[in-house]
Design a protein around this ligand. Sequence first.
Ligand code: GLU
Length: 285
Amino acid sequence: MVPPSVSYLGRLAPSPTGHLHLGHARTFWLAAERARLADGVLLLRNDDLDAIRFRLDFVAAMFEDLRWLGFTWREPVITQSSRLPAYRAALAKLHAAGLIFPCTRSRRDVLEAISAPHEHAAVPAPDDEPVYPPQFRPPPDAPLPPLGEKITVNWRFRVPDGEEITFHDARFGPQRAVAGRDFGDFLVWRKDDVPSYQMSCAVDDAELGITEVVRGADLIKSTFRQLLLIRALGHAAPAYYHAPLMLDDQGQRLAKRHDSLSLRTLRAQGVTPAEIIAKFAAETT
Ligand code: GLU
């Protein structure tokens, strides 16, 4: 529990799917700075639900890299794979409220439907979920099958079509998106019985009492989805600050494949944490 004296609770939420790079470090540094300026506290959340890309050695490496850079957080670390009952309870709540539906369509079905000549839905950016074709939705009054003990089908959140969702981003200012147009019915639970990133993240931010989420600007669209989930679950939403993404020399966004900019590589080359942090601090002044 957070003592009442802490009015700012932030989080660092790395995924153990590769080595952290300079872009992660800058986002986490901004998160730490915002917590420090607000006299607040950070939690560390280990987003370890991606079973395919997960590696145990990445977990150890990410903690070590964060410590090396001088970050501190309140223990214990929150590990998503140990919070499955909380996500499952949230899913049951959405199910009871009739806000989700089972979906047996593949990503390919969805992409084919939206690229059909008579459809005008935007083709998604490569790393974003396509807008779910409304013709694939069951009618709103169709009875929902039970969730079952083990989930073997994808479940999606039915977005409120046409509703404008807004939030104020502490870095980028007012943000808006229209549900059903800018993003569609999104995954909350996967058929391999794991919650989606949107679901686990929304439940954690809300239930752990995070007051401000600081993360990369690539997640702005996810924020709209998570705001809908947080509202549907009856929680208050945190504030948001999205950090600009770091680009490489070719103007490409840094990814875990940029090994040359991984913190490990920089460290092996003799770069010090002080040099890294001084560079971030110089950029923001
Ligand atoms: N673990 C997520 C990632 O590394 C970040 C989630 C978040 O900050 O909401 O992309």
